[in-house]
Each structure stands twice: as C-alpha cells, then as structure tokens.
Design a binder for this molecule. Structure first.
Ligand code: C2E
Ligand code: MG
Ligand code: MG
Ligand code: MG
Length: 287
C-alpha cells in the first residue's frame, strides 16, 4: 500500500475537492430557494445586564432547516452565502425581519436588536441608506438597532473599500445606530482596528472565558480583566459571549463586565418565545 500511497492520496484529494465543490453548489442552490420560499428563520438570544439580570438586547441569529433534512449550521451556510453573493439579499431579509420583530420589544421593554452583518453587505455602496430605509419603514428608532461586524471582514477589502465601509458606519452612527465589534480577540491586530473602526460595543469571544469548572484560571482572568478595563477607558460597552455557568457570570461581574450572553441565560429562541423571556426577567441566577 505504501508505494501507491502518493498516487492514491492525490486521487483522494481531487475527488474530495470535487465533492466539496458539488456540496457547495448544492447548498448555494438550496439557500437561494430557501430565501425565495421563505424558509429562513431568525432566532434571538438575549444579552443580559449582569448587575440587574435585565435583558438589554437580543441578537438575531439566522437558522436554515431545508425541508426533509437536518438544520444546516450558520458556520456552514454563511460562508457559502458570502462566496455566492447571496448574503446581500439574505442580509437585507435578516435586517427587515429583525426590525419587524423588534418593534414591540423596544416599545415595551427598551430592548434593542443586534444583527450580524457580513463584509460583503458592508461593501454594498448603498448599505447605510438600505439600513436607514428599513428602520424608517418599520418605524424602529435608530437607537434600537445594533450592527455586529467583525475584524476579519476588513481582511478582504481594498483600502478604498475600507474607507467606504468606515464612512457608511460613521453615517449610521450619526443617525444613532450602534456598531459592535463581534468575536473580539479572535482576529489579530485587534487593537489597531479599534483605533480605525467606529464602534460602540465590543463583543468578547467565548474563547476568552475560562472553561467551565476553571473559573479562576489566572491567565484568562487577566486577559478578560484587561479587555474590560481597556474598553471602559475607551468609552466602549462590553458584552462577553458564551457564558455557560453561574461561576463565569459571577467572575465577569466581579471584573466589572456590564453585559453577557450565553446558554446560562438562554439559548437562541424563536421570536414568539422572546416575549415570554422578557416577561420573566430579571434572572434569579444572576442576582
Ligand atoms: P456570532 O455572531 O458570534 O454568534 C454567537 C454564536 O454563539 C451563535 O452561534 C450562538 O448560538 C452561539 N452561542 C450562544 N451562546 C453560547 C454559549 O453559551 N456557548 C456556546 N458554545 N455557544 C453559544 P450560531 O447561531 O451557530 O451562529 C454562528 C455564527 O454565524 C455567528 O457567530 C455569526 O457570525 C454567523 N451568523 C449567524 N446569523 C447570521 C446572520 O444573520 N448574518 C450573518 N452575516 N452572520 C450570521
Ligand atoms: Mg454576533
Ligand atoms: Mg461572536
Ligand atoms: Mg462569529
């Protein structure tokens, strides 16, 4: 077997590539159909104020279950939507749906909605106008919307595009829309992006949390504390993602972290379940 290994590996490699391409094409077609057929769904996950236990925001998270098969995770279909450009119409649909759902939550509970935006959407020349138009049509105040962007979206942009993205975000912020930097700490040169990107909120990635059962892990603690302090001194709000245990929540609260999100408080839920969550907060676990 060893003497054929080189050749066989090559054959295996090309057929893997072919299958991968086929799978991507299949998913792209399925996704386009899903958007047209209204099969995409938004779930919402609460962002909780650690001191009071109140829900302050809900993050819209896209869900796709092709009829007759298992749900496809966003980490699989979002990159495919980005490659094919489908993320632009899908992203517009997400914004429309999130703003439609959020009106009542904002009116009755002062809760904002936070929406993930991909780099491809931000590079659309009319992105800011599209967002402001959607807000106006749904009569949602600008302050009720947070846009989540990532550092990595800037990797594929030319300097001219970066300038345009920053201009669009600046326009939106002038109107009161807030911008959050998502997955903070997972990219690189995070600190230099913080100087150039107009942001209001840092969402610290869950990889920064001490694993459950190791809540006093020294290095993690030091990192998180440093980020919380840096953010405060820059006037930024902080949300820590992926909080799963009461120990993690207590530690974050000690470190002065204002808000958190994670399975401890709630998994992402269907829109109609959000009203129930808003009715029963504050959370007893957090108090
Ligand atoms: P993200 O924006 O960083 O969202 C947080 C992810 O962490 C979500 O995964 C959420 O379900 C998960 N999560 C929440 N709490 C916990 C926890 O306590 N522990 C752990 N282990 N995970 C937790 P999800 O829904 O699978 O989404 C994955 C990613 O897909 C998102 O990461 C976001 O980057 C992207 N995505 C989701 N919806 C959209 C969308 O509408 N548009 C765009 N462009 N991207 C989206
Ligand atoms: Mg996010
Ligand atoms: Mg994140
Ligand atoms: Mg992410």
């Amino acid at each position: 077997a060893a003497k054929n290994a080189g050749k066989n590996q090559y054959a295996l490699f090309t057929s893997d590539l072919r299958e991968d391409r086929l799978e991507r094409t299949r998913l792209t077609i399925g996704l386009r159909r899903a958007l047209a057929a209204g099969e995409l769904v938004l779930n919402y996950q609460p962002v909780v104020d650690l001191a009071s236990g109140d829900i302050r925001k809900v993050e819209a998270l896209l869900r796709w279950s092709p009829p007759g098969s298992r749900p496809v995770p966003p980490d699989v279909f979002i990159p495919i939507a980005e490659e094919s450009g489908l993320i632009v119409p899908i992203g517009t649909w997400v914004l429309e749906q999130a703003c439609a759902d959020a009106g009542r939550w904002y009116e009755q509970h002062g809760v904002s909605v936070t929406v993930n935006i991909s780099g491809r959407q931000l590079r659309e020349p009319d992105f800011a106008e599209t967002v402001l138009d959607i807000l106006a049509r749904h009569r949602l105040p600008e302050h009720a919307l947070v846009l989540e962007i990532t550092e990595s979206m800037l990797l594929a942009t030319t300097p001219a595009e970066t300038v345009r993205i920053i201009a669009a975000l600046t326009t939106l912020r002038e109107h009161g829309v807030r911008v959050a930097l998502d997955d903070f700490g997972t990219g690189y040169s995070s600190l230099s992006y913080l100087r150039t990107l107009p942001v209001d909120i840092l969402k610290i990635d869950k990889s920064f949390l001490p694993p459950s059962g190791h809540a006093d892990h020294h290095q993690m603690r030091a990192f998180t504390k440093a980020i919380v302090e840096l953010s405060a001194s820059l006037g930024l709000n902080v949300i820590v993602e992926g909080v799963e245990t009461p120990e993690q929540a207590a530690l974050l609260q000690q470190m002065g972290c204002p808000q958190a999100q994670g399975y401890l408080f709630s998994p992402p839920v269907a829109a109609r379940q959000v009203d129930g969550l808003l009715a029963v907060t504050p959370w007893q676990q957090v108090a």
